[in-house]
Design a binder for this molecule. Structure first.
Ligand SMILES: [Zn+2]
Length: 159
């Protein structure tokens, strides 16, 4: 289930719902959360390298950990004017990424959430990785929220 589309859509859904109440969850910050939701999977560049017969999996696996992702978020947030806010929204995306990944039925050994402090792995074994019904439901929810947001924006512009 948690493919990149779901990671992005869930970050969007959370930010869009919160935007109805809190203006800080605006489009720009939502995009940051969506980017943060993809940040832990930067380790997937190893798949591209494999295409060229370069095997980086042993080096890149540590990027799919909360600590490495937060370090990357910190490095990225340096390039923003409001660094703390950028870091918080990237961090929100990272949090949603690992929350979704934890739901998966164990792929490999599970997720090293406490790396490098502990090698213990975590997984909740709730959803099959190839269950695309959830992807459809999440995309539908995102579309409904997007439409509701546009409607509410039009109403506020008219009044
Ligand atoms: Zn992941």
């Amino acid at each position: 289930m948690p493919d990149w589309i779901v990671h992005i859509a869930v970050a969007y859904i959370i930010c869009r719902i919160l935007y109805f109440k809190y203006p800080v969850f605006n489009s720009a910050n939502t995009v940051l959360a969506m980017l943060g939701a993809l940040l832990p999977d930067i380790a997937k560049i190893g798949m591209v390298a494999q295409f060229y017969s370069i095997y980086l999996d042993d080096y890149l696996f540590s990027f799919h950990t909360p600590l490495a992702s937060l370090v990357l978020a910190g490095l990225l947030s340096i390039f923003f004017k409001e660094k703390k806010l950028a870091f918080l929204f990237l961090g929100l995306g990272i949090f949603t990424h690992f929350a979704l990944d934890l739901l998966l039925i164990r792929v490999g050994e599970g997720y090293y959430l406490l790396f490098p402090i502990s090698w213990q792995t975590f997984h909740l074994d709730l959803i099959a990785p190839d269950d695309y019904n959830i992807t459809l439901v999440v995309l539908l929810a995102a579309l409904v929220l997007y439409s509701l947001g546009r409607l509410s924006q039009r109403r506020s512009e008219k009044s």
